[in-house]
Write a protein that binds this ligand. Sequence first.
Ligand code: G3P
Ligand code: MG
Length: 258
Amino acid sequence: MWPYPKVLAHRGGGTLAPENTLAGFRTGLQFGYRAAEFDVMLTRDEVPILMHDPKRGRTLPGEGQIAETDWAQLRDLEAGAWLNASFAGERICTLEQGLDFCLEHGIWMNVEIKPGAPEQARRTGELAALAVGRRFTAALEALRDNPAGAQAATLPVLSSFSFEALMAAREAAPDLPRGFLVDVIPADWQAHLEQLQAVALHTSHKNLTPELAGQVKAAGYGLFCYTVNDAARAAQIKEWGVDAFCTDRIDLIAADAW
Ligand code: G3P
Ligand code: MG
């Protein structure tokens, strides 16, 4: 149900590094993390980049929506100093650069497809899935011959709060596993997972109950939680049957905690 790593750094390296940057992945590695969640958004000119906020102002200086800005206007912006002067000079990266880094360093990926504008939902899902799928062609081919092969655990999971984006990802790269993200688990969660042919439900640990966790697991799905920053809470949701989680506090929770 969840052959993947169980403890992931959130947004690359949690809150110890500028989120969704290569510095984040590097920091994760320093703490022994070889699994990460990160967010993918499209620029106006449809370059998939690692980005959480739909607009500049917090992690990138200046103003304006990412969906209305070209990559050329974003690529040279300071992306590290907002967190800590020691990260000054860090830049945002494209999905391609993020994939390069993660593959080179053996970092497993939960790729969250995060459309910056509703009208970009389908295209974000499609382009993210195609980019990821291209990097896993060999593994996907091997799995077609032997579905139980060890490569299954190496495939990234594509996740999204956007049903539309995830459906487009399914159409573009049907063999890549998908996780449907919800803040609060809705009554019709299983119908959504079936439509998406998803392998897992991803949800906030804050709104999870042991009953709901039991229902998801009894239905045969993986169950992933965001964002758990406390070791005692992590232990509690493990008892409930949660398979994996991401954390901002890679300094407090060991990568091999589960
Ligand atoms: O993938 C789980 C988590 O990252 C969702 O929340 O806002 O940090 O992308 P957010
Ligand atoms: Mg995310």
